[in-house]
Design a protein around this ligand. Structure first.
Ligand code: NFS
Ligand code: SF4
Length: 663
C-alpha cells in the first residue's frame, strides 16, 4: 500500500507498519529519507554499474564494457569477464576488510580484558579452553586470565602472520572441506594478507584470469568467515557470554516517552557493552532523574543492536532501513555510532530534532556530528561521557511520536551451542535430534536468511522468503538486519511455529519450544552458521561435508559489500547461496562461473532470483536435491510423537528463556 508522505504519493514499497506510522506524522515532516532519494533517482541507476561492467581501476578509463562487442572492451584490453571479476573480487575484499578490522578491535579489546584493563571479564571459560586447545596452548597451571592473554595474542597474530601455514580456525571445518581447500590452494594464510593480495591482483595489469581471481576471492572470503569473523564471535562470546535464548523486543515501539533514549548504531559491541553497564550506574540514573526522565533506555540499531539483544535482551529499535525512522520519531536524545552501515543522512535527519549523532571511532567521523572517541582503556569513562551528553539533551526534546503498537516480542540468542542444548537437552548437547528430524523428514532442511535490508527492493522480502521456507518445513537460521526484520514480522516467537510452519517443523519447534526462525546474532556471527553446519556434518547421517547438507543460504536484500564476502565464504564452504541480484550479469562467462562451474569446484554455488517466493522455492529445490543425493528424500512420512520421542527431543517448555523481559 502506498503511503502518503509530505503531500506526495510514494514509498510504495514500505510495508513496515512502524515506518509508515512515523513517516505519516507531522513530527517527521521536514525529514528526507532514503525512500525520498531513491524515488528521486528513479530508474537512473547505471546499467554498467549494476551489471559489473564499469572499470575505473586506472586513469585510461573509466571504461564501460559490453560483453561480446569487440570495440567495447577496456582500453587495456580487459574483457567483460575480467572487469566483472575484478569488481566482484574487490567487493569481497572490502567486505572482508570491514569484518577483519572489526575483529581486530575485538581481539585487542579481549586482550585488554584478559589483562584486567576493561570493565568486562572472562565469562565463558569453557569456550576459552576450547580456543586454547585449537591454538595448541598449554593451559597447565595457568590462570584463566593468563590463558586469555595467550589466546588473545595468538588470535591477533593470525591477522598479520607472514608464513604460508593455513589459519588455525580452518581446522574446525569438516575434513573433506579442508582437503578441497588444500587441493585448490585457497587456504587463507593470514587475515590481512588475503585482502592485500586481492587488492593487488585486481590492480590494473595483474591477474586477468577470472577463474584465478576467484580462487583468491575464495581465500580472502574464507579468511573472513573461518578467520577473523570466527575469532571475533568466539572472543566476544568469551568476554560477554555465549548467547542463550532470551526474550526481548524489537521495532520502533521500544523507544520510551519518559526516558532518555540512547540508540547504539554500528557494529563493535565493546562500546555498546560499556554503555549497557554505564546506563545501570547510580550516578547516571541520578542524572537522568534530575533531568526529569524516569531512566535511560538503550536501544540498538543494526548489528551492534543484535549483539546486545542476543546477550542482554536490550531491545533493537531498528535494522538498517529504519535508522532514519528512529530519529524521525523525535524521541532520541543521542544516536551513538561507530563503524559500518551508518548512513551519512542520519546527521541531516538529526538536525530537525534535538538529537545528537555521536561518532566514537576515529575511523568513522561525519560532518555535523559530535565526536567523542571511545577509549578502550577507559571504557566506562567514555560511556559515561556519552550518556551525560544524551541526558543533557533530554530537556530539549520537542514534539515526538513513538509508534505505540509496534514492539514485537522475540526469543533470540541461538548460538551454535545453545541450539545443540535446546535440541539435545541441557545435559547432553547434541545435533543428533536435528539430524534425525532432517533424516526422518519432519524438518526438510536448514536455510539461512542473513544480511541487510535495502531501499531498492520491497521491505517485506525477508518475511516472504521465511514464511515460504517454514511453511515447507525448512528451519530458518537468521542473522543481521534480516533477523531484525524477521523479528518485526513476528517470526521470532515460538508461537510462530504453530501459526506459520509446516506440520513437521511445527511439531519439532513446539516440542522443544523454539521459534521456527532462530536468531543467531550479527553478521560477524555468520561464523556460527559455519560451525553449526560443521556440527551437523560431524553428527553423522547427512554426508561428510557442508556441500552434502540439505542447506541453503540467502541475503536477499543485500546492501553492504560484507554480504558478498559472506556469500562467497559460504559458497566456497560448499553451500548454495542465492541473492536477489548480483553485479555479475554483465559477463556471461563470469556469471556462468559463479552460478555453475563453481559447484563443480567447491560443491557450493551462487544463484540469482529477484522474486522472493521463487527465491525461496529455489532454496527448497536445492535442499530437495541434497535430500535425494543423501537418499533421504523418501523418508518424509509423518511420524506422530510419543512420550519417549518427546523426551528424546529434550523438550523445554518455555524455551529455557531467562533474563529481563523488556517491558
Ligand atoms: Ni550486516 Fe550489520 Fe545490517 Fe547489512 Fe549492515 S548492519 S554487519 S551489513 S545492513 S546486515
Ligand atoms: Fe579501462 Fe583497463 Fe583501465 Fe579498467 S584497467 S579503466 S578496463 S584501461
Amino acid at each position: 500500500m502506498a503511503v502518503k508522505r509530505n503531500g506526495c504519493e510514494g514509498c510504495a514499497d514500505i510495508t513496515c507498519v512502524s515506518s509508515k506510522q512515523v513517516l505519516a506524522q507531522d513530527v517527521s515532516k521536514g525529514v528526507k529519507t532514503a525512500y525520498d532519494r531513491i524515488k528521486a533517482r528513479g530508474t537512473s541507476a547505471c546499467l554498467f554499474g549494476s551489471t559489473g561492467t564499469c572499470c575505473r581501476h586506472c586513469n585510461m578509463g573509466p571504461c564501460q564494457i559490453i560483453d561480446g562487442v569487440e570495440e567495447m572492451i577496456g582500453v587495456c584490453g580487459a574483457t567483460a569477464a575480467t572487469v566483472v571479476a575484478r569488481g566482484f573480487c574487490r567487493t569481497i575484499a572490502a567486505g572482508a576488510a570491514a569484518h577483519t578490522d572489526h575483529a581486530r578491535e575485538m581481539v585487542k579489546g579481549f586482550i585488554e580484558t584478559a589483562k584486567g584493563n576493561s570493565p568486562h571479564g572472562i565469562k565463558d571459560v569453557s569456550k576459552l579452553m576450547m580456543l586454547a586447545g585449537q591454538f595448541g596452548i598449554d593451559t597447565e597451571g595457568k590462570s584463566v586470565n593468563e590463558i586469555g592473554v595467550e589466546v588473545g595474542e595468538k588470535a591477533l597474530s593470525e591477522f598479520g602472520k607472514q608464513d604460508d601455514a593455513p589459519l588455525t580456525m580452518l581446522k574446525r571445518a569438516p575434513k573433506k572441506r579442508q582437503a578441497i581447500w588444500k587441493k585448490l590452494g585457497v587456504e587463507p594464510r593470514s587475515v590481512d594478507r588475503e585482502v592485500t593480495e586481492m587488492m593487488h591482483r585486481t590492480h590494473m595489469g595483474v591477474d586477468q584470469d577470472y577463474r584465478n581471481l576467484m580462487l583468491q576471492a575464495s581465500r580472502c572470503s574464507l579468511s573472513d568467515g573461518w578467520g577473523s569473523s570466527m575469532l571475533s564471535t568466539e572472543l566476544t562470546d568469551i568476554m560477554f557470554g555465549t548467547p542463550e535464548p532470551i526474550r526481548a523486543q524489537v521495532d520502533l515501539g521500544v523507544l520510551k516517552k519518559d526516558q532518555v533514549n540512547v540508540t547504539v548504531h554500528g557494529h563493535e559491541p565493546l562500546l555498546a557493552e560499556a554503555l549497557c553497564l554505564a546506563a545501570q550506574e547510580p550516578d547516571m540514573l541520578k542524572l537522568a532523574k534530575q533531568a526529569g526522565a524516569k531512566g535511560i533506555n538503550l536501544a540498538g540499531v543494526c548489528c551492534t543492536g543484535n549483539e546486545i539483544l542476543m546477550r542482554r535482551g536490550i531491545p533493537v529499535a531498528a535494522g538498517f532501513i529504519q535508522q532514519e525512522m528512529v530519529l524521525a520519531t523525535g524521541a532520541v536524545e543521542a544516536m551513538v555510532v561507530d563503524v559500518q552501515c551508518v548512513m551519512q543522512s542520519v546527521a541531516q535527519v538529526a538536525k530537525s530534532f534535538h538529537t545528537e549523532i555521536i561518532t566514537t571511532n576515529y575511523r568513522a567521523k561525519m560532518p555535523d556530528a559530535v565526536h567523542l572517541q571511545f577509549e578502550e582503556h577507559d571504557a566506562m569513562g567514555s560511556a559515561k561521557a556519552i550518556l551525560k551528553r544524551a541526558i543533557g539533551n533530554y530537556k530539549k526534546r520537542g514534539k515526538c511520536f513513538i509508534p505505540v503498537d509496534t514492539k514485537l516480542d522475540v526469543v533470540v540468542g541461538f548460538s551454535h551451542e545453545s541450539i545443540s542444548y535446546q535440541l539435545g537437552g541441557r545435559f547432553r548437547g547434541s545435533y543428533r535430534p536435528l539430524n534425525d528430524n532432517i533424516i526422518n523428514g519432519r524438518i526438510r532442511g536448514v536455510a539461512a536468511i542473513v544480511g541487510c535490508d535495502n531501499y531498492k527492493l520491497a521491505d517485506d522480502v525477508h518475511e516472504k522468503v521465511a514464511k515460504e521456507l517454514i511453511k515447507n518445513d525448512v528451519l530458518v537460521l537468521a542473522t543481521g538486519c534480516a533477523a531484525t526484520s524477521l523479528g518485526r514480522a513476528g517470526l521470532l516467537r515460538p508461537e510462530a511455529a504453530r501459526e506459520f510452519a509446516g506440520p513437521g517443523l511445527a511439531e519439532v519447534c513446539e516440542t522443544v519450544g523454539i521459534p521456527p526462525v532462530l536468531h543467531m546474532g550479527s553478521c560477524v556471527d555468520n561464523s556460527r552458521l559455519l560451525i553449526a553446519a560443521t556440527a551437523m556434518v560431524e553428527e553423522g547421517g547427512l554426508g561428510e561435508d557442508i556441500c552434502d547438507l540439505p542447506l541453503s543460504g540467502t541475503a536477499p536484500l543485500w546492501m553492504s559489500e560484507k554480504a558478498v564476502a559472506i556469500g562467497q565464504y559460504f559458497a566456497a564452504s560448499g553451500a548454495h547461496v542465492i541473492f536477489q541480484n548480483l553485479p555479475t550479469t554483465g559477463s556471461k562467462d563470469f556469471h556462468n562461473y559463479i552460478t555453475k562451474e563453481h559447484e563443480e569446484v567447491y560443491g557450493g554455488l551462487w544463484e540469482v532470483e529477484e522474486d522472493p517466493i521463487k527465491l525461496a522455492q529455489k532454496m527448497i529445490a536445492h535442499i530437495d536435491k541434497k535430500r535425494a543425493e543423501l537418499g533421504i528424500d523418501k523418508k518424509r512420512e509423518r511420524v506422530l510423537f510419543d512420550m519417549e520421542m518427546r523426551r528424546d527431543l529434550g523438550g523445554i517448555p518455555d524455551a529455557g528463556c531467562h533474563g529481563p523481559a523488556a517491558e
